[in-house]
Design a protein around this ligand. Structure first.
Ligand code: NAD
Length: 488
């Protein structure tokens, strides 16, 4: 497999164009922004910047694409998604290398992410054939009532840079399986993996206009797309503040939205577990993708009896993580994805230090080239410290002790977030209790494995609304129509 297969979207030079009406284009403005490798800070390519005219063209294409795609049989749509999944698997090495170069994660994690895109398309291909409606017994003779489910229409989707391929795949797979068309704004920091997915779908026979990719200035693009009468549904993954802005814009247009926003996931470690073995395992989950994961475990509450042993082991394990360029197979944690994140994490840790917390590991940038930040462990943070109130979105674990079950639930639930929460215990009774008591869209008991194409993914409270994945993921792109008929 050579980079040739990705041409012209994401070839070796990482020149990422816009994809509008089935064509790769530099855009009307021929305006470009650089793509930077976060491990080296070297510019490794460039991406096109959409103008208002490009966005209008993408909207026209999505409108035309929808009229065609909604009438394809679900089986035919399924075939395209399956074929695209096969192409993604064939191109996995090139796509993974591109992902690591642009986003920084270790190559093995990049391979897993690309593999998950193929799995996601396959799940959507199956699920799209099951958009069942129902026959409702009518209240008079000779009257038929049918509840049918139709694709909602052209979708405006916005996906972020932390999982630049799989976040796009989750939205694309379900929307296309449901019969919707889409204008996708990909992540400007790492755009080529999403372009690779678009290319795979085009190569698999997706009609022009059904999926369009735009890049550029996010606020301009979202304002333009959400206001357009063509767009019937919004789906966004990103931060809470931006999510609130886009949700307000969608509400003003009376458009349904799916909002996958940030989290600040609590982890409750009860005293009946082996704190040493567990700390070693949990460290792996904490620093995956340098902690830039919306469901990353961030606040570890450990029962007092297990606290010292847990902290000691966790700190040692965090210090032993191999940080480096993601292309090196020995690397366990890559750089942060861009300079904004490095700055944000640096400022947060300085503030945490000033608030009186103890930095037990890390707490500093590594080297002076590349956006590397050391795996960091914080203890003794005051309960009102910013790090316990705001999502850190980086390689930072805060650990604190607890003594009382109700009190720790109150602390775990005491932020505006409600995305994921975790608990580790050997007690069935405690497991059942925390499963009910934790305010989160997803709760992992004795596991961090809460996501997959088959499972509904999403939050409560400020973490957003709507679900991706599972049958809920498909439903997000369908609308129910009540059809009443008589023989005439
Ligand atoms: P940010 O909030 O500026 O951007 C986050 C994402 O939203 C980016 O992909 C960006 O392109 C997009 N975006 C920003 N403004 C937009 C707008 N007006 N319209 C449409 N899209 C817009 O922050 P950032 O520095 O890129 O990332 C840091 C924060 O983003 C973190 O605190 C984290 O909460 C959040 N984030 C969340 C996820 C997630 O999976 N939920 C993923 C990435 C980033």
């Amino acid at each position: 497999m050579t980079a040739q297969a990705l041409k012209p979207a994401a070839a070796a030079a990482h020149e990422c164009r816009l994809f509008i009406a089935g064509r790769w284009t530099a855009g009307a403005g021929d305006d470009w922004l650089p793509i930077v490798n976060p491990a080296t800070e070297a510019p490794i390519g460039r991406h096109a910047v959409a103008t208002a005219a490009d966005l209008d063209e993408a909207l026209d294409a999505a409108a035309a694409g929808f009229r065609i795609w909604r009438d394809w049989a679900p089986q035919a749509r399924s075939d395209v998604l399956r074929k695209a999944a096969a192409l993604i698997r064939e191109r996995l090495e090139v796509l993974a290398a591109t992902l690591t170069a642009e986003q920084g994660k270790p190559i093995e994690q990049a391979r897993m992410e690309i593999g998950n895109c193929a799995r996601g398309f396959e799940w959507a291909a199956e699920e799209g054939r099951r958009a069942y409606g129902r026959v409702i017994p009518a209240n008079v003779p000779n009257l038929t009532w049918l509840a049918t489910r139709e694709p909602i229409g052209p979708v405006a989707a916005f996906t972020p840079w932390n999982f630049p391929a799989s976040q796009a795949a989750a939205k694309i797979g379900s929307a296309l399986a449901a019969g919707c068309s889409m204008v996708l704004k990909g992540p400007e920091d790492a755009p080529s993996p999403a372009a690779g997915l678009v290319q795979a779908l085009a190569d698999a026979g997706l009609p022009p206009g059904v999926l369009n990719l735009v890049l550029g200035h996010p606020p301009q693009i979202s304002a333009h797309l959400i206001a357009s009468p063509v767009i019937r549904k919004i789906s966004f993954t990103g931060s809470v503040p931006v999510g609130k802005q886009l949700a307000a814009m969608a509400a003003a247009e009376m458009k349904p939205a799916t909002m996958e926003l940030g989290g600040h996931s609590p982890v409750l470690v009860f005293g009946d577990v082996d704190p040493v073995a567990l700390a070693r395992t949990l460290v792996q989950g904490k620093y995956r993708n340098a902690g830039q994961v919306c469901v990353s475990p961030t606040r570890f509450y450990v029962e007092q009896s297990a606290y010292d042993a847990f902290v000691e082991t966790f700190v040692e394990a965090a210090k032993s993580i191999v940080v480096g360029d993601g292309t090196d197979p020995r690397t366990q944690m890559g750089p942060l994805a861009h300079d904004r994140r490095l700055e944000a994490i640096g400022a947060l840790i300085e503030e945490t230090r000033a608030e009186g917390a103890t930095i037990r590991a890390g707490g500093e940038r590594l080297g002076n080239r590349g956006y590397f930040y050391a795996p960091t462990v914080v203890t003794d943070a005051p309960e009102d410290a910013r790090i316990l109130r705001e999502e850190p979105f980086g390689p930072v674990a805060v650990i604190a002790p607890f003594t009382d079950r109700d009190e720790v639930i109150a602390r775990a639930n005491g932020t505006p977030y409600g995305l994921a929460a975790y608990a580790f215990t050997r007690s069935h009774e405690t497991a059942a209790f925390v499963g009910r008591a934790l305010e989160a869209g997803m709760v992992g008991v004795n596991t961090f494995a809460i996501g997959g194409p088959e499972a509904p993914f999403g939050g409560v409270k400020d973490s957003g609304f709507g679900r991706e994945g599972g049958m809920e993921g498909l439903s997000a792109y369908l609308v129910t129509k009540m059809l009443a008929q008589t023989p005439g």
